[in-house]
Design a protein around this ligand. Structure first.
Ligand code: PAF
Length: 283
């Protein structure tokens, strides 16, 4: 029978729990989340278990990464089912601070990431986002002091931003990227998929399908601009408004126009109704 994970909601409780885990000379992997857990998160926890003896999952909907017009208030909060999933996965500790614990009165520090954080992808449409992510992730790292931290590749630019930050600030944590987990029809799993109406949900797999076709055609020799243009048209014909669909260098995120530049990634962000989805694949 699986044991309920320990839950810490204050810094002293977290310190006690982490010290206890470390006393037993265990390696620790952290899986940062905003809750609303789905099979993609479960895959991160499973990867964490392969990397480290003990697994800590943080569940914190971080207000600092939402702009005032975004969905902070309506972001799905599913604590009971989240906890049941974490218990099934035999997670050791759940770090679940409230906003005042994370950002106490007078909090006045914000990390301003550059490099991959200003690549002209998500940052163009959500200029506040990576500052909020970097600040909370740096806090999570110093609070939990993990040996490894696991992030999904679905948020590809975010993965590059936290990897750069961990290196630049000597945070002594190895960042591990985990493959995108998809529904059977190819839609990347996301906590925001619950926002989709039935019609939007039926249309949504076009993002993955169109990128896959473009990637296949590029590898067969088609020019980037033609392949990406056709994918953009397919996505828009299905009812999406594109924020971006671009090929970038998989490591630096610099724009590329052919495969000679090194490993390539195609990244998309698009809106359907009131929902904004992102996805990416290797070319
Ligand atoms: O990817 C997420 O769920 C969030 O951006 C993260 C990394 C937990 C920071 O709030």
């Amino acid at each position: 029978m699986s044991h309920a994970p320990l839950i810490a909601r204050t810094i002293p409780a977290l310190n006690r729990a982490c010290n206890d885990l470390k006393k037993r000379s265990a390696t620790i992997a952290l899986v940062p989340t905003m809750g609303a857990l789905h099979d993609g998160h479960v895959s991160l926890v499973r990867l964490a278990k392969k990397r480290a003896k003990r697994v800590v999952v943080s569940v914190f909907v971080n207000p600092a990464q939402f702009a005032p017009h975004e969905d902070f208030a309506s972001y799905p909060r599913t604590w009971k089912t989240d906890l049941a999933k974490l218990r099934d996965e035999e997670v050791d500790l759940v770090w679940n601070p409230d906003t005042d614990t994370m950002y106490p009165d007078g909090f006045a520090t914000r990390i301003v990431p550059e490099g991959p954080a200003v690549a002209g992808l998500e940052d163009r449409f959500r200029p506040h986002f990576f500052g909020g992510v970097a600040t909370v992730v740096a806090k999570l790292f110093t609070q939990v002091r993990p040996d490894f931290a696991i992030f999904g590749q679905k948020d590809y630019q975010q993965l590059k931003v936290v990897t750069r930050m961990a290196r630049d600030l000597d945070l002594r944590v190895s960042i591990v990227g985990a493959p995108v987990v998809r529904e059977r029809d190819g839609l990347a799993m996301s906590s925001r998929n619950v926002y989709l109406s039935a019609d939007e949900r039926r249309a949504a797999p076009v993002l993955f399908r169109a990128m896959k076709t473009a990637s296949k055609n590029i590898r067969a020799g088609e020019a980037f601009v033609a392949a990406i243009g056709a994918a953009a048209k397919a996505i828009e014909d299905a009812g999406f408004k594109l924020d971006y669909l671009e090929a970038r260098h998989a490591e630096t995120l610099a724009p590329i126009t052919d495969l000679s530049a090194g490993p390539a990634r195609m990244l998309v962000a698009a809106r359907i109704g009131t929902t904004r989805l992102i996805d990416n694949i290797a070319i």
